[in-house]
Design a protein around this ligand. Structure first.
Ligand SMILES: [Zn+2]
Length: 565
């Protein structure tokens, strides 16, 4: 078709309406992120795909009588952004159903308690109040969360649960009564009820899932309608931030069903790829034949689905997170006991069985690894599995991988073509906590992006948010600036440039989900996903990158967001 159009243009005749583009964006600085990183002035879209890109003259020549022309007045446009690591339904709940402290604002214990109290006024007695904690304690002036007595004062008639970034919880006394948890309840294996050092009373702060589960199990699930609404609202926010595709990590099957219903009944404005949750409880310490059966039952293989909704594989959570990353050397503080080195949630044999089965059934695998020792285990086990099922080409990934890799790590990762997925905004949102517990030399979660990229090359490094925060412009800035909330820079030699960073969020991310032929760059024939920016992301001063706002987002050729509308 393109050849035909060029011919018509060449002989100067009008393009027949059925071949003319629906939309032409022109007078722009369009950063295509094609292999040559070409910058062009205009793009034509027909249906859901780009029809042509190039100079204003060339592309405007394609216009027919029905073509909408949008003059972008010199603004910069980039491919639609792909968040390679997100927990999207959680985000949807936080903005629709929960008291939400994950906003990036500076908090105090008093301001948090006051907001919980305001929320409680509208909740009938006996109903649960659920709060999303701040990104980290770096955002709370006192460096701690409210305790149960402080929360009790404003929630006398409701059970309360707050979760901070997955691994830390706060409950009130009402919730403890319902769960039957008292000062005589022993700490569960792998978890901790924090106690007042003087009285032994439980403070209401709980660490890790085994200690949170007695409360989480009592909280009623959201209704289907609430879940659908959470996804709708999340999609709106993603589009307003220039996000056109997300990779949802550790998605349970029921969550995928919510997505499928929304896609079928209303359509989506964000393209979703699911990595289903591979629950340790299902896979650990089973004979290989059972692991294989479980893996086969879990879901269809990589690339099942369509442009909007796909299942690509599974996510395995190999170690803990901030407080429980599996480390070679002890934490600087004995968080859960002397010489604390974090938690390995899967033993090597169980991990190997799961990876063999995934290899056999062609299932893509993403492995959460926070600590350096967890990176060692993940890569060594992949290397063993490689002898039976070659790993290169499967696009398996390490998620987070925020510590400096060893020579051996780099050698295995390069040979097996492992993808490294970092979420650099965490350096901003949790960086101080990591530095406190791991020491400044470790760099904490300020990932060694340059080291990984130099060893592996494009497209083997990609970027996500892990909801900390969702805003990809804060994330983009974090790859350049590597600053924590107080502006302190960590390992500046690991900073990336803007071109590399843009690839992380676009072409590399598309490669990571086997979509490089369809998405990730602005090229004729690809899906027309694009975002127009308030500022030029390639030249605006570094500290202003985080302030960039999309002015228009296009997904599949449709304008799904426009500033001010
Ligand atoms: Zn995550």
């Amino acid at each position: 078709m393109l050849v035909l159009l060029l011919l018509w243009t060449g002989c100067g005749s009008a393009v027949p309406p059925e071949l003319a583009p629906d939309l032409i964006l022109h007078n722009a600085k369009i950063i295509t992120v094609d292999p040559d990183f070409r910058v062009v002035e205009a793009a034509a879209i027909k249906g859901s795909r780009f029809l042509a890109v190039g100079s204003n003259d060339h592309v405007l020549n394609l216009a027919g009588s029905q073509t909408s022309l949008v003059d972008l007045e010199g603004r910069t446009a980039i491919p639609g952004l792909i968040d390679s690591h997100i927990h999207a339904l959680h985000f949807g709940w936080h903005i629709t159903k929960h008291v939400n402290f994950s906003t990036g604002e500076r908090l105090t214990v008093e301001s948090m308690v006051a907001r919980i109290g305001e929320w409680a006024k509208n909740v009938p007695p006996g109903k649960w109040i659920y709060a999303r904690g701040p990104y980290s304690l770096d955002f709370v002036a006192e460096g701690r969360l409210p305790n149960r007595w402080e929360v009790d004062a404003v929630t006398p008639e409701n059970p309360f649960f707050m979760n901070m970034q997955g691994h830390v919880g706060v409950v009130n006394s009402y919730a403890m009564r319902l769960a039957g948890v008292t000062k005589r309840t022993p700490d569960p294996e792998g978890g901790k009820f924090v106690r007042d050092p003087k009285t032994g009373e439980l403070t209401g702060i709980v660490y890790e899932f085994p200690a949170m589960n007695p409360f989480r199990g009592l909280i009623p699930r959201h209704s289907l309608e609430d879940n659908l609404n959470a996804v709708r609202k999340a999609n709106e926010v993603f589009n307003s931030l220039g996000i056109t595709s997300v990779v949802n990590l550790a998605m349970p099957q029921w969550e995928f069903a919510v997505l499928r219903q929304l896609w079928r009944d209303e359509g989506l404005t964000v393209r979703w790829t699911a990595m289903l949750r591979a629950d340790a409880r299902v896979f650990l310490n089973k004979p290989y034949s059972e692991v294989e059966a479980e893996m086969r039952a879990l879901g269809p293989p990589t690339r099942f689905g369509n442009d909007w909704l796909k299942i690509n594989g599974i996510k395995i959570v190999l170690d803990g997170f901030v407080e429980a990353a599996y480390m070679r050397e002890p934490y600087l503080e004995d968080i859960f006991g002397k010489g604390w080195r974090g938690i390995l949630l899967w033993d090597r044999e169980s991990l190997k069985s799961a990876l063999r089965a995934a290899g056999k059934y062609g299932i893509q695998v993403a492995i959460h690894v926070t600590g350096d020792a967890a990176v060692d285990v993940a890569l060594e086990v992949m290397d063993e599995v490689d002898r039976e099922y070659p790993v290169a080409g499967r696009r398996w990934s390490l998620e987070h991988a925020g510590v400096m890799p060893t020579e051996e790590n780099l050698e295995i990762a390069e040979r097996l073509k492992v993808i490294i997925s970092t979420q650099q905004s965490m350096g901003w949102s949790i960086g101080k906590t990591f530095k406190k517990w791991w020491g400044p030399e470790m760099g904490g979660i300020f990932a060694p992006n340059k080291t990984w990229l130099q060893a592996l090359g494009h497209p083997y490094l990609k970027a996500g948010s892990d909801n900390r925060p969702i805003n990809p412009f804060i994330g983009f800035w974090a790859y350049l600036a590597r600053k924590d909330v107080d502006g302190e820079v960590a390992k500046p030699e690991e900073a990336l440039g803007r071109e590399d960073t843009l690839r992380l969020y676009t072409s590399n991310a598309a490669y990571g989900i086997f979509e490089e032929k369809e998405r990730g760059s602005i090229e004729a024939g690809k899906l027309a996903d694009l975002v127009v920016l308030s500022e030029d992301i390639m030249s605006v001063p570094e500290d202003q990158v985080r302030e960039i706002k999309p002015v228009m987002t296009v997904v599949g050729g449709k304008i799904v967001f426009q500033q001010g509308s």
